[in-house]
Structures are given as structure tokens and as C-alpha cells.
Design a protein around this ligand. Structure first.
Ligand SMILES: [Zn+2]
Length: 357
């Protein structure tokens, strides 16, 4: 078995595969983002461990990434590839067309068969295109499999072959912990590349077109407003961070930053004042704050979830917290309140730091 890859070298090699040549689709970027998210939420026990990643799980994450992006932008369907087929966006649009639901978790429940068909199609497309090509060196048949063994993948790989490999790829030793640790650096870089690619593939998007990045990756603020009233009834109209009394239109804050994990479940949301919300922005919160947010009454959250049909995603938030803090070196600065920070020190690990068994 090869040695565990050093995270710095891993980061350099990931950037290198993205910088060679013009991309013909945004699928490689989506695949890498999905892999990073998967690693954060499934951090192995030991940094040098391998990690099997199920292709259907990866397909679900890719579906989630494109879910917002396939909405028309200023009347246009945005192209995500320079070819004709657009297999992934088409599979995502098929699910969007099957139900009026604007949230993916509601759509999955409303149209489970269409959802499954979309996942099957996206999974096969991932295996035949981005997973197969990601580690290929330009201009030849050379492959440099530093992330996972790709020897069973090719552009016509069948579902049967995939099943024979447990419908999964296996990340090399150290890759999962390394990707989780590098998430804060790699994800913003991937987003910038993605926005550039979409601009290049959609000629009508001139430099003046407003906020294409917001359309592709931003959080829908109007949708979050649905949480405000029920949270105020349940937890009081006070800022989660500084306890100040809140006005009617206060922000809803993602405790684990949206830009890092993209989790919208109620378990990751709090009421905040504009001052704390702006000051915190993309910062990693102090462990104490995560402990407090995950320590809220789960029965109350579940009740709100049922009333407004918005999942809590408690397990996912806990797993992501474990992945983020478990992969960071001690001593990095974390945001602990308005203009305040503390160094990361997980001396007395909170319960959510234990691996799920
Ligand atoms: Zn505040």
C-alpha cells in the first residue's frame, strides 16, 4: 500500500489537474467539490486511512450542486458544457420538472422514482466522464492516480462493471483527510473556476451581467426567511452569538459556513444580528459555538422541521463539524463572537467529535 499523501502535495496536484487545458464541462469541478464535501462529512478515523466513496452518494452531491444552477438565469438555461449533451444538467432538470418543489429534499420525497432515475444517470455519467478523466494527463493515455484507482473506468464503462466494484471509488491513503483539511482553500478556488467556465460557455454573459456567482453558489435569502418566525417562537428573538434583541428582518446565519459545507438544515441555522452575521462571514466558528448549536433541543428542531417541511440534517451537521475540526491543526484562529477569536483547542472533545458507530 502506498504511503499517505502529504496534504500540501495533494493540494498542489489537485490544482495542477485543474489548470491544464480548457475544460469542456463543469463536471470535473462538481466532482471535486462533491468529493471534498463527502470527505468532510465522512472523515476517517486515522489521517492515513483510505475511504470508499459510493458513486450514488457522489451523484446525490453533484445533483445538489446543480440543483440551483439549472434554474433559468435572466430567462436563459445556462450551459454547463461546450458539447451538446449536457447529461448532468438534463438529469437535474428532469427532477425539477417532475415536481413544483423548490427544495431538493422535498423533491426527493415527492418524486422518488424520477429522483432515482436522475441519480442513476448522473452516477453513470460521473464514472464515464469526470471520474475517468480527472487524473488523465493531457494529450495521452497516461493516468496519474493519486486520488483513487481509476483503472476500471473508461468512457463506456457499464453499470455492471461499476457494480463489480461496489459502485464505489476508493480514495488513496491520506486523500480523505487531506481534502477535508484543504476544503477552506480548495472550495473557493473551485467556485471561481466554475464561474469563469460558465461565463465562457454562455456568451451572453458579459462582464456587466449581475451576480452570476450568486446565482450559481449563493444562498437563497428569501427561502431562509421561512425559518425566522418559527425560530423566534422557539428560541426567542435574540442573536445566537451576542444575545442582543433582534429586529423583524434580522439575518439567518449558517453556523458552519455556507461557503465551506453548504448545509442548509435547521441544525446549522441560527438567528443572528446583522453585526455578528457580517463580522463572522466565512470564518470558522469556535468549537464552543458548534457545541452550543448542536446542543439545542432536537425535539424542538424536529417539530419545526415537520411544520415548515425543512429537514434538520442534524447528523450531517454533526459529521461535517467532526470532519472540519478533526482535520484542522490545533492553534488556528476561530471566530468566537463579534471582533473576538480563540485558538482551536479541542482539549475536551464534545460528543459530536466521536465517530459515529
Ligand atoms: Zn449578535
Amino acid at each position: 500500500m502506498p504511503d499517505a499523501i502529504d496534504p500540501l502535495l495533494l493540494g498542489q496536484r489537485v490544482v495542477a489537474i485543474l489548470e491544464t487545458g480548457l475544460r469542456v464541462a463543469t463536471y470535473k469541478l462538481a466532482t471535486l467539490m462533491a468529493l471534498i464535501d463527502h470527505c468532510i462529512e465522512n472523515l476517517p478515523e486515522h489521517p492515513a486511512d483510505q475511504l470508499a466513496v459510493s458513486i450514488p452518494d457522489l451523484a446525490h452531491r453533484v445533483l445538489q450542486l446543480y440543483w440551483r444552477q439549472v434554474r433559468p438565469f435572466e430567462g436563459h438555461d445556462l450551459r454547463q458544457s461546450s458539447g451538446e449533451k449536457e447529461r448532468i444538467p438534463r438529469a437535474v432538470r428532469a427532477l425539477r420538472a417532475a415536481t413544483p418543489a423548490s427544495s431538493l429534499s422535498v423533491a426527493m420525497m415527492a418524486a422518488p422514482e424520477v429522483y432515482q432515475t436522475s441519480i442513476d444517470e448522473i452516477g453513470l455519467c460521473l464514472a464515464q466522464q469526470p471520474l475517468y478523466r480527472l487524473q488523465r494527463l493531457p494529450g495521452g493515455d497516461l493516468t496519474d492516480p493519486f486520488l483513487y484507482d481509476d483503472s476500471f473506468l473508461h468512457s463506456n464503462v457499464s453499470r455492471r462493471t461499476l457494480r463489480a466494484h461496489n459502485d464505489a471509488i476508493v480514495l488513496m491513503p491520506g486523500v480523505a483527510a487531506g481534502l477535508a483539511r484543504l476544503a477552506g482553500l480548495l472550495k473557493p478556488a473551485l467556485e471561481i473556476m466554475w464561474v469563469d467556465d460558465v461565463r465562457r460557455m454562455n456568451k451572453f454573459l458579459t462582464a456587466e451581467v449581475p451576480d452570476i456567482a450568486g446565482h450559481l453558489f449563493g444562498r437563497d435569502r428569501t427561502a431562509l426567511a421561512a425559518v425566522r418566525g418559527p425560530f423566534k417562537d422557539a428560541f426567542g428573538a435574540r442573536c445566537f452569538y451576542c444575545d442582543t434583541h433582534l429586529p423583524a428582518d434580522n439575518p439567518i446565519d449558517h453556523v458552519l459556513p455556507w461557503s465551506l459545507v453548504g448545509i442548509d438544515g435547521l441544525a446549522n441555522l441560527v438567528l443572528a444580528c446583522a453585526r455578528c452575521n457580517t463580522d463572522k462571514r466565512h470564518a470558522l466558528p469556535a468549537v464552543d459555538l458548534v457545541d452550543r448549536v448542536l446542543g439545542r433541543d432536537r425535539g424542538v428542531l424536529e417539530q419545526i422541521a415537520g411544520e415548515i417541511r425543512w429537514p434538520t440534517e442534524y447528523q450531517r451537521v454533526a459529521a461535517a463539524a467532526r470532519g472540519i475540526y478533526g482535520s484542522q491543526p490545533p492553534g488556528i484562529a476561530t471566530w468566537s463572537g463579534y471582533k473576538a477569536s480563540v485558538r482551536l483547542d479541542i482539549g475536551f472533545p464534545p460528543r459530536w467529535m466521536d465517530s459515529p458507530s
